[in-house]
Write a protein that binds this ligand. Sequence first.
Ligand SMILES: [Zn+2]
Length: 304
Amino acid sequence: MVVIEQSDGLVVVDAGGSPPSGIAIVAEIRKLSPKPVKALIYTHWHGDHNLGAGAFRAAWPRLRIVSTVKTREAMTGVLAPTLPGYAKANADMGAMAATQAKNTALPPAVRAGWSRIAGVAPGMVEGYARLTLYPADVTFTDRYDLPDRTAPVQVLFLGRGNTEGDAVVWAPRQRLVAAGDLVVAPVPYANKTYPAEWIATLKKLEGLDFAYLVPGHGPVMRDRAYVDTMIAALETVRAQVGPLAKAGVPLDDVQKRVDLAAVRRSFAGDDAWLGLLLNAFFTRDLVTSAWKEARGEAVLQELP
Ligand SMILES: [Zn+2]
């Protein structure tokens, strides 16, 4: 959660991923300041960043919700139709995780990871029982300013990357940038992404003179090391996949032929669970997107 205090109210980045988490975040904000939340900014359309917004709307009816035009389009066009299936999808995931946690053929670190997912699944299923979308009231394409004497905020679209409409929130006086899921740690998230543009967008992000980078998930960063690692991974995958895709090698074969050892080492080391997450959330999807990109095929925003 990022809360920026301006003279006449608070600016909050993302709303939590479910109604209960929205309620919990609102309670935390009330502990921080008596000022109202005047603006809620969505970094992108994925539900884990906006499905808690109802609690904000109830607590501060006059707040304005801000996103890029593309984020609003994807929320209403792509996310909205999936909401009725959210609870069941998480119940299925929980059941699968519970089965994997008992699978003695798997390494202990992997079983422990599945066990953690199985543990939180029931709460998530309950949290997703009644979902309402709150798409942005105010949209922008390149930049949206929230001026203030001591804590001006710029909401910037630096280019496509993790989605078609990623916004980053930049507080130049505090030298803080909230990057949304353009940056996710310990493993990046690459479902339906734009590898070449993502690299350019991350380089622009690195061009901001930040002291604090708040990723969409993961610990606050104080330097550019992790973003550099992401850029290197995107470049190595593009460099390998591009020529194969252009030579007509089918995607399934490219997935088998691409050498991801260095990427795996840089994000997961010897950790088997991180390696599994890296494959599930980053490398497989990234290879697919890079393959489509090299062939000039469109990458459409949709859920995995
Ligand atoms: Zn996310």
